[in-house]
Design a protein around this ligand. Structure first.
Ligand SMILES: Cc1cc2nc3c(=O)[nH]c(=O)nc-3n(C[C@H](O)[C@H](O)[C@H](O)COP(=O)(O)O)c2cc1C
Length: 279
């Protein structure tokens, strides 16, 4: 029997010390009824480099970017549950979330460990209603790590600590804390009928979820009617099919290299690249 105390890893995507992301994540932890160890990682303090699009990791080679990504993935793989908190910056999640997500090919290596682990997603925003697409980026991060999202909440709070000062949020923290390790499924008050994400695209035939890419329409009773499953989420085996597809693309690149070069090389010397002085 595993008697180890479970670890809750809080990924804090805000540079603000004791800001809303940090303090509210700690408040959620205080409300988790199960004994646990809270570990916190400030994503904005980590060195996360850019994906070089070499596709090396999808064919088993070591990532050439030297930064804190391996450390972060190790922490994520070893955690039992997650609180992912980001401030809304310019109608999106903080860039540190996207920086991690852009290295998501590396998630394939830890997917067996992360798949199905519970997570709550928190967005903090300062201006009434100005959330933009921020929740979608957190949902995407959770989806590609195979996490089981128990709740995704956007909380209005501008000044540090405001999320805690608003008494209405105390109940939210209690509910989130209870939900994290509970067996219950995510409660949805709308959003995509497949995965619950609220940010959807409008297409001529209806709607497409921007995370799971399931399609749906609105039925005569005003309810969402499911169409085609987007095929993105599912079991680890299913998600890992994407890695197979990427490996196939690498082979396709090698097969078509001559044709590709013939197409792109004529564009090499067009225009003038501008760089900062001294580079
Ligand atoms: C650069 C920057 C951009 C921001 N953009 C938005 C925004 O688009 N919409 C919004 O409602 N609040 C925006 N805010 C306010 C923050 O989301 C808000 O203050 C939040 O509570 C910060 O969380 P923190 O205390 O954990 O850092 C922005 C703040 C900063 C510093």
């Amino acid at each position: 029997m595993d008697t180890r105390t479970p670890t809750v890893l809080a990924l804090i995507a805000s540079p603000r010390i004791l800001g809303n992301c940090e303090t509210f994540a700690k408040e959620v932890s205080r409300n988790i009824p199960e004994a646990h160890r809270l570990r916190l990682l400030r994503l904005t303090s980590l060195k996360i480099g850019r994906c070089r699009a070499c596709y090396g990791c999808v064919v088993g080679r070591k990532c050439p970017v030297e930064d804190d990504m391996a450390f972060l993935l190790g922490e994520i793989a070893n955690a039992d549950a997650f609180i992912i908190a980001s401030p809304v910056y310019y109608l999106g999640a903080n860039a540190s979330i996207k920086a991690v997500l852009d290295r998501g090919f590396l998630f394939f290596d830890i997917l067996e460990k992360t798949h199905g682990k519970p997570a709550v997603l928190l967005n903090f925003y300062g201006m009434p209603g100005r959330i933009g697409a921020a929740p979608q980026t957190l949902e995407t991060l959770a989806a590609f790590l195979g996490l089981s999202v128990k709740a995704s909440l956007s909380i209005e709070a501008a000044l540090p600590g405001e999320a805690l000062m608003n008494k209405a949020n105390a109940g939210r923290a209690t509910r989130l804390g209870k939900a994290l390790f509970s067996r219950g499924k995510r409660r949805r008050a709308g959003g995509c009928p497949f995965c619950g994400c609220e940010i959807i695209r409008v297409v001529p035939t209806g709607f497409v979820c921007t995370v799971c890419h399931g399609s749906f329409t609105i039925g005569p009773q005003g309810r969402f009617v499911k169409g085609k499953d987007g095929g993105i989420l599912g079991s680890p085996e299913h998600i890992l099919l994407h890695r197979e597809w990427l490996r196939g693309m690498k082979e396709r690149f090698n097969d078509r290299k001559r044709e590709i070069m013939k197409t792109i090389i004529p564009y090499r010397d067009d225009g003038e690249w501008v760089e900062p002085p001294g580079k």
